[in-house]
Design a protein around this ligand. Structure first.
Ligand code: NZQ
Ligand code: ZN
Length: 391
């Protein structure tokens, strides 16, 4: 563990069946006005909306709403939410939905009282919120598992006019939700496609942090444990989506995969997310599927640059038997096992199936922020080669 770091995660979690029953008391810590934010309607069909509103009413809250937050929330929608919040002046923004809704609530929370344009400030210049900015507190009731947004300071916004999808994981812990409600039952109504998309998002969050560094780091052992638990639970949930034990383990793994714990002491890679997000910016595809579609071409491309770690990944995560095999073979067998698992889940394995076409490659490359924390710093030509392998 060679890194020097600060660790500060103040998010309070309520986990388990009927965790929503804590909402009345938790929200009593805030003033009387709650801005309820949700997506395209799933929460009205599965009863989550009614359960949340009942708690808020019992707490005597005045409620305003922003609905229709789409997957991969757009800048236009962000402006709409800011306008509503400036008018209503909420004491709390309560996100009820998946990563898109939670991300969106955070983006609104840091923009309501900010005089500058949020896209320029937070997503182009990558500024932190000003120290004296009043940030509206955010709470989350999570209904889709994957992003870790419930316990991190990340927010991802898509600027459709510019063809750009950028995320900012803020260093400022004030951007994190104050609390999150995690009831695995709330995720049971997810379509299979969304469930497995989220599962791969979780897996990739872990591997983005794992595939960096060469020191003996506790974070890597934690990452291996999380990956093994996820692979195990995902196989059960894939066959039996209503299996509470598996779904609850997946939910808990998602939170720990991206809540800053396992990145401590790590440089971290994040190039799969860069490659995937650039596809998502132009196709609006489900986030986890954009990652699954580019992962194997990327990992096979960098395998020799990070060979010892790929060998460890093969033996510790996938149980590859290393006996009498050269390292390169062990490493490849690890990725082959990963590929088989991905196909078993029914993940999208190429970007053609997401609507990407070869003529989009130059725009995708120009939307990428090349990262330097992994085992290889890619050139634009190498990125093009990886995309060409991903069709
Ligand atoms: O809009 P509704 O009707 O609610 O439907 C949603 C949406 O269509 C549906 N859904 C959610 N919960 C459901 C449900 N359907 C039935 N039953 C339920 N219980 O699922 C669809 C996808 O939801 P979304 O929130 O878009 O998915 P996800 O959680 O994967 O979030 C994706 C967004 O998060 C960003 C992504 O880039 C993308 O914009 N990310 C955020 C990160 C962070 N904050 O740290 C990191 C991630 O890497 C990621 O980039
Ligand atoms: Zn992700």
């Amino acid at each position: 563990m060679l890194g020097s770091f600060t660790y500060h995660n103040p998010v309070k979690l309520y986990f388990g069946e009927n965790a929503v029953s804590n909402l009345k008391e938790e929200t009593s810590r805030y003033g009387g006005k709650v801005l309820l934010v949700y997506g395209g309607g799933s929460v009205k069909k599965n009863g989550v909306y009614d359960a949340v509103v009942a708690q808020l009413k019992a707490a005597g809250k005045e409620i305003a709403e922003v609905s229709g937050v789409m997957p991969n929330p757009t800048l236009e929608k962000l402006y709409e939410g800011i306008a509503v919040a400036r008018e209503f002046r909420p004491d709390l923004i309560l996100a009820v939905g998946g990563g898109s809704v939670c991300d969106y609530a955070k983006a609104v929370s840091i923009s309501v009282n900010c005089p500058e344009d949020p896209w320029d400030k937070y997503f182009i210049r990558f500024d932190e919120p000003d120290a004296d900015l009043e940030i509206v507190p955010v709470g989350c009731v999570l209904t889709m598992v994957g992003t870790g947004s419930e316990m991190n300071a990340g927010t991802v916004i898509t600027n459709r006019d510019a063809g750009l999808k950028y995320g900012h994981v803020f260093r400022d812990a004030r951007v994190m939700p104050k609390f999150s409600v995690l009831d695995p039952r709330y995720t049971m109504s997810l379509p299979h496609y969304q469930m497995v998309s989220g599962i791969y998002d979780i897996f990739n969050h872990i591997s983005e942090q794992y595939f960096s560094g060469s020191d003996d780091c506790t974070s890597d052992y934690l990452a291996e444990g999380l990956m093994r638990s996820l692979i195990h639970a995902s196989r059960i949930a894939n066959k039996d989506p209503q299996n509470y034990e598996a779904r609850s383990n997946i939910m808990w793994t998602a939170t720990w995969a991206l809540n800053t714990l396992i990145s401590r002491g790590k440089t971290t890679d994040w190039m799969v997310h860069q490659l995937g997000q650039a596809v998502g910016a132009l196709t609006d595809a489900a986030h986890g599927m954009t990652l699954s579609a580019v992962s194997l071409p990327y990992y096979r491309f960098i395998l020799e640059s990070g060979l010892p770690r790929f060998v460890r990944f093969a033996t510790e995560v996938w149980g590859v038997d290393p006996e009498n095999k050269p390292d390169i073979q062990i490493a490849h067998e690890g990725l082959d096992a990963m590929e088989q698992w991905m196909k078993e889940l029914g993940l999208v394995m190429n970007i053609t199936d997401l609507g990407a076409t070869p003529d989009m490659v130059p725009a995708m490359i120009s939307g990428i922020r090349i990262k330097t924390g992994g085992y290889r710093t890619l050139t634009p030509d190498e990125i093009a080669a990886i995309y060409n392998e991903s069709f």
